[in-house]
Write a protein that binds this ligand. Sequence first.
Ligand code: NAP
Ligand code: GDD
Length: 343
Amino acid sequence: MKNTKTALITGITGQDGSYLAKFLLDKNYTVYGTVRRGASEKFSRLEFLGIKDKVKFVDFDLLELSNIQQVVKDINPNEIYNLAAQSFVPTSFSLPILTSDINALGVVRLLDTILNVNKDIRFYQASTSEMFGKVQEVPQNELTRFYPRSPYGVSKLFSHYMTINYRESYDLFACSGILFNHESPLRGYEFVTKKIVSSLAKIKQGKEECLYLGNIEAQRDWGHAKDYVEAMWLMLNADTPEDYVVSSGKTTSVREFIEKTLDCLDFEYEWTGEGINNTLIDKRENKVIIKIDKKLYRPAEVDLLIGDSSKIIDRLKWSPNYNLNTLIEDMVDFEINNSKFNF
Ligand code: NAP
Ligand code: GDD
């Protein structure tokens, strides 16, 4: 039977928005996606997935209340997935007020609009493992105390609790997914996994000389975005609205991620030096191909993330298809074979 559900995805031009749109279209949803006006094209991810013509676009900005009200009223969707955010942690240190306006107040604008337009709209909020920050427990689950370490983390913690507050105060079907880092070929170039895979592939092809990185000892729990967007849908289609951790349950340092990528690209390599003087040498070419740049360190770092996603696995039967090795293979394959796409 034809699915008659309608979904509104904020942030559809981003990594998760694109994969979620594909996932929902495959389930026969009518998909609306919000777009911020800008000077340049933003649809390359949707084009790569072959779905640009299947999505209905609406002009939207989380900073503008009357615009949010009009869009939600006009579409009156069954489900809203709020993926829009200023999502890059370093930018949140340089633009803390803008980050808070979008990521924190933007979510109240949306929740309050749902309350006033149609209380039956189901709402997903993109919460984050960055809220755990200086971790108070290992591994982190839904009950772990938060300790954010960036304006981004603080802004997301505000919207996390606001989502819970609207659920408890007004009985909205509002869920927060506390998602750990998830990556893919469609990841933005500023994030560390994409930066590493893309640069090392270019170095291998002789198109780039050297990759500069910040703190490579940080550890993250990395999964594949395709698996994580399915978790968002499971939450909004459950019997009750609840919050869930979504993670791989494994942690890996940035250094180890680099080494796995080097192996995948068939480099022979050697680390030399310590700390800030750490460099990586391509042994076949006898060239330094990775250096540390102190400017890329953050004012406060999240040293270690590792999630426990037993709740979503047990209750909603979430079952990821990728592990870190297959994620890296997917990202490397994309860099080698799809260089005309730029995100
Ligand atoms: P992303 O690629 O950076 O995409 C962010 C999206 O938000 C883009 O479509 C962007 O539009 C839009 N946006 C930014 N400011 C906006 C505003 N003022 N009004 C409306 N739209 C705006 O992020 P992602 O990796 O897909 O992540 C999706 C969400 O999950 C984000 O909320 C992020 O914070 C959260 N999250 C991500 C991860 C992860 O590992 N990826 C983990 C946990 C949580 P433009 O194209 O116009 O810039
Ligand atoms: N971006 C970046 N660039 N990070 C670097 C670099 C570099 O050159 N060198 C080292 N790192 C380290 C960072 O210091 C951080 O510890 C780690 O690599 C991961 O950085 P990002 O890939 O930028 O991700 P993030 O963990 O800060 O944030 C991402 O995940 C969050 C979930 O935990 C983003 O997607 C957030 O939006 C998301 O909420």
